[in-house]
Structures are given as structure tokens and as C-alpha cells.
Ligand binder design. Structure first.
Ligand code: GLC
Length: 514
């Protein structure tokens, strides 16, 4: 088993959508220097690491998830040197930076694809997945057809302009479906290792890997994809053992077996993550049911939790903002949960101040419904909320127009703000190893209708009981151990006596256990 980089043991991540974080050159789009300038804000909140969405050259048909040069920072964000400076400055603050690796597909403008479209065989002919004839469309996949001299349809992974790179088929069924160990598939894999080498050798601390579970095709149980990532793991163990890897996979029993250190629970896939924050009756609004989530979580945890970290994000650039569904005080309860669970928590920029989903926006760069979660960070009360000096109509995405929109500046000065609560929660987590990535978890209450979520976290000799109750009613719980000092409390907190605890409605408490 590979070694986990030590800094993941207490990591708290902050996800940055670079377009919308901070613009320092007045063009209305965020840039790398802006992120560097705001590192102290992120550090002050208590986060220890960043994940940046793709910041590479791209025609931006999918906000940069359509890469046209993996090794060059997009001009609008600055230069490669700016990114290296960000790594250096982050390291000086004891922080780490993950880049977004998009190994499954490129933009159709990538030079590899242009070569691959040619009729004559060349080095890139097998870099993508093509059928043998334009008249055959790949069953079960979308395809790109009729724009190449080459006869064939090219598989696409997501949008039509994102041709799928060739990592082979686990079970080839048609003559054009190459096996995983074919020269073309292996060459793609090696090319992606070179991309990783390029950034790791310049100070990047690892990668968030886009659509990591779908690289090998006709791979129902992901056996081929797991084997592929195990090979990447061997390469990293050999050359960059300090690199941290987190997958967009959503099935930890597979991804962690593939050698990822972390996997996300996502708004799609089997995790029931949406039951908590984004369903019609989300658990954290006090009216839902978290029990299917807990049961799937514990299954994943028992199967893989010792191998790696299951990471629960507050949100991300693909899903509705937390604040769209979870209102008022209950947002704090959501953070009390997120920041007391095992694995590394991920906070999506702006969620710490309760930034809203901006309704009714026109799609930007392939964002569609996701655009409302990608609006500019609200720094202060100045023009454009301090995001940019550009005229308001030049901003990448319009700001939240609501008059009472939250700002970082106001919340930093207010002890009672969501920001201050999140900061306190991170500080409590950082003060107790049992609450951090590796502390074990046992559930006491699974959030079935009308019930709180309650669990015991433990590591070494330390045991902490946590109860988070978004329902309106108090709830009595019996705990395996003697309840002691209350180390954190929200709302009306809890009353504890011996093994008995009553957690008040719309409240949370973290209590030492003897
Ligand atoms: C992932 C990204 C998403 C992107 C898609 C295609 O799901 O998070 O933003 O559109 O992959 O790359």
C-alpha cells in the first residue's frame, strides 16, 4: 500500500474556481495572482490546502475542462511562472496546492486531436477512441462525426467537443476497440504521466482527477480503470511519493483500491450525498432522512476507509450552492457535520460566507445550470464586491445582485457570522486529532426521519461524541461512555449527564467521552 502524504492527516481543502475568485488585472476574470494575493484569507479561515479548477489553455467550452494544452496556464489567468509563484507562496504558509487533471478527454482543439483526425497514420492516430467507419457510432457513448479526414466516429466523454482519450477497453467487443495494453492506449497513459511530471516537478502538490472512474471503456465494475490507476500509483510512489491524489469517482471502494488517497462523495453516484443537502427534503433542513447516506457511507468506510479518505464537499462548481437549499442557522449545522467527519473536508469558495446560488443567469462557458454556483467571490462592499476593477458588465459572470449579499469583509469582523462559525469549527477540528482525517467513526444515530446525526470519533486515547440535530425537536441519546466536557456547541447545544445526552432542536454539540 502506498504511503499517504502526512499533511493529509489534518488537511482542510478550499476549492477555487479561478475565473471567479479574484481579478488583479481588471479584465473581469479572476487570475492566478489574485489567488496568491488571497492566500492569507484562506489560511486565516484555517484551510490548509487548495484545489484549483483547470487553469490551462483551453477554448473554454466547458470552463477549462476542455484542455488544449496541459502544460500551459491559460493566458487569461497569467503565466506558468505565476502558478509556480503560487505554489511557492502557498508552501511558505505551510499550505499545499492541487491542480485539476483532466485525463479522460481534451478539447477538440488540442494538437493531439488535430493530428488524430488526419487520414494518414501518425503518432496520435490511436490517442483517441475512433470507430473504423464514420457509419458506425459507438454504442453507449456519444460521438463526434464528420469533421475529420479520417474515416471514423470519435467517442466523446462529456460535451460533443470533448473527444475521449484512448486508455483501451476492458472487454473489447468490436475490432476498433483496443485492449488496455495496446500500444496506443499505453502511450496515452504515459503522456498523462508526463503531464503530471511536468507540474509536480514545478512544485504542485498533487491532483484532483476529473472523471477518474471512466477512463477505461466497457469496464462495468471498473476493474480495468482500477488497474490503470494502480499503475499510476506505482509511478507516483517511485517518482513523486509526496503527491496527493483525489478522484472525482464517487465510489471509494473502487477509487481508493486504485491508489487514490481521497475520493469525493458527489451529487451523482451511489452515495446519497444529495439526501443531506440537495434533495427535495434535505436532511439538513430538518425534514429529511440521512439513514441511506449513513448506511452507504459505513459500507464504503468499512470496505475502504482504512485505505484512504472519503471526502465530503460543501459543494463544488458542478452542483447547486449549499445555500440554495440549506437556510439560516441550519447552514452552520451542515458545517458542524462537514467539519467533524473523517476524511478531508472540502469547502467550495464562498460557501464559508453563505454565498448564494445566483438564479436566472445565462450559461457561461458550458456552465448551464451550474453557472449560478460560479459567480464572483464577494470580498467586500466596494464596486464589484472587490472582485475586479473591470466595468460591471465585463465580469466573467454577474455578481449576486441581492442587496444583502454576504461579503468576506463584513463576516470577518462579525463573531456571529457564518465565516466565524466555520473558522471556529476548523479550529476545533485542528485541536483534536480524533476529529481529523484519520479518526475512526461509529454512528450512534443515523438521521432517520426525526432523528439527529450522532457519532463517536476516536483516535489514540481520544474519543469525542458529536450530535448534529437539524430537526426542530430535542432528542435524547444514549452513548457508549461517560460524557464529559462540551468542547463545541451550536444553537442551544446539549445537556449531558453520564451516558445520557439531550441534543436540543436545531443545535449541535461536540462532547468529550471518557
Ligand atoms: C467533471 C467536472 C465538470 C466537467 C466534466 C467534464 O464532472 O467537474 O465540471 O464539466 O467533468 O470534464
Amino acid at each position: 500500500m502506498s504511503k499517504r502524504p502526512g499533511w493529509l492527516d489534518n488537511a482542510v481543502f478550499y476549492e477555487i474556481y479561478p475565473q471567479s475568485f479574484k481579478d488583479t488585472d481588471g479584465d473581469g476574470i479572476g487570475n492566478i495572482s489574485g489567488i496568491t494575493e488571497k492566500l492569507s484569507y484562506i489560511k486565516e479561515l484555517g484551510c490548509t490546502a487548495l484545489w484549483l479548477n483547470p487553469c490551462f489553455e483551453s477554448p473554454f467550452g466547458d470552463a477549462g475542462y476542455d484542455v488544449s494544452d496541459y502544460c500551459r496556464v491559460a493566458q487569461r489567468y497569467g503565466t506558468n511562472d505565476d502558478l509556480v509563484r503560487l505554489f511557492d507562496e502557498a508552501h511558505k504558509l505551510g499550505m499545499h496546492v492541487l491542480l485539476d487533471l483532466v485525463p479522460g478527454h481534451t478539447s477538440w482543439e488540442h494538437p493531439w486531436f488535430k493530428e488524430s483526425m488526419k487520414a494518414e497514420r501518425n503518432e496520435f492516430t490511436d490517442r483517441y477512441i475512433w470507430t473504423d467507419s464514420i457509419w458506425e457510432e459507438p454504442a453507449g457513448y456519444g460521438s463526434l462525426r464528420g469533421i475529420s479526414d479520417r474515416d471514423g466516429s470519435c467517442l466523446v466523454n462529456f460535451f460533443t467537443h470533448q473527444p475521449a482519450l484512448n486508455y483501451g477497453f476492458y472487454k473489447p467487443q468490436r475490432p476498433w476497440q483496443q485492449p488496455m495494453d495496446s500500444p496506443g492506449a499505453l502511450a496515452t497513459r504515459e503522456a498523462m504521466k508526463d503531464v503530471m511530471r511536468f507540474w509536480l516537478s514545478r512544485g504542485c502538490d498533487g491532483f484532483r482527477v476529473d472523471m477518474a472512474g471512466s477512463l477505461v471503456k466497457n469496464d462495468e465494475d471498473c476493474k480495468g480503470t482500477i488497474a490503470l490507476w494502480q499503475d499510476v500509483r506505482a509511478f507516483l510512489d517511485e517518482e513523486y511519493p509526496g503527491a496527493a491524489m483525489v478522484s472525482e469517482w464517487g465510489e471509494p471502494s473502487q477509487s481508493l483500491a486504485g491508489g487514490f488517497h481521497m475520493d469525493f462523495l458527489l451529487h451523482f453516484g451511489p452515495s446519497h450525498y444529495n439526501d443531506l443537502f440537495r434533495s427535495e427534503h434535505p436532511f439538513f433542513m430538518g425534514e429529511g432522512d440521512a439513514s441511506a447516506f449513513v448506511s452507504k457511507y459505513m459500507d464504503s468506510y468499512e470496505r475502504s476507509g482504512r485505505r484512504g479518505l472519503i471526502c465530503i464537499p460543501s459543494g463544488n462548481h458542478d452542483m447547486d450552492r449549499l445555500a440554495r437549499h440549506i437556510k439560516g442557522e441550519r447552514r452552520r449545522l451542515a458545517f458542524a457535520f462537514l467539519l467533524s467527519m473523517p476524511g478531508a473536508p472540502y469547502i467550495y469558495y464562498g460557501d464559508e460566507i453563505g454565498m448564494n446560488y445566483v438564479e436566472g443567469l445565462t450559461s457561461k462557458e458550458g456552465g448551464y445550470g451550474r453557472t449560478g454556483s460560479r459567480s464572483p467571490m464577494q470580498w467586500d462592499g466596494s464596486a464589484n464586491a472587490g472582485f475586479s476593477d473591470a466595468p460591471a458588465d465585463k465580469l466573467y459572470i454577474p455578481l449576486d445582485p441581492s442587496p444583502g449579499r454576504p461579503t468576506a469583509e463584513a463576516q470577518l469582523q462579525d463573531e456571529a457570522s457564518l465565516y466565524s462559525e466555520v473558522k471556529r469549527l476548523i479550529a476545533v477540528r485542528q485541536a483534536h486529532r480524533a476529529l481529523q482525517s484519520l479518526g475512526e467513526i461509529v454512528f450512534v444515530s443515523d438521521g432517520a426521519p426525526g432523528k439527529p446525526l450522532a457519532y463517536i470519533r476516536s483516535l489514540g486515547g481520544e474519543r469525542i461524541f458529536i450530535a448534529v440535530n437539524p430537526t426542530d425537536k430535542p432528542c435524547a441519546l444514549t452513548v457508549d461512555g461517560e460524557l464529559g466536557e462540551i468542547i463545541y456547541s451550536l444553537g442551544n447545544g446539549a445537556e449531558a449527564d453520564g451516558r445520557q445526552c439531550v441534543i436540543a432542536g436545531c443545535s449541535a454539540a461536540f462532547i468529550n467521552l471518557k
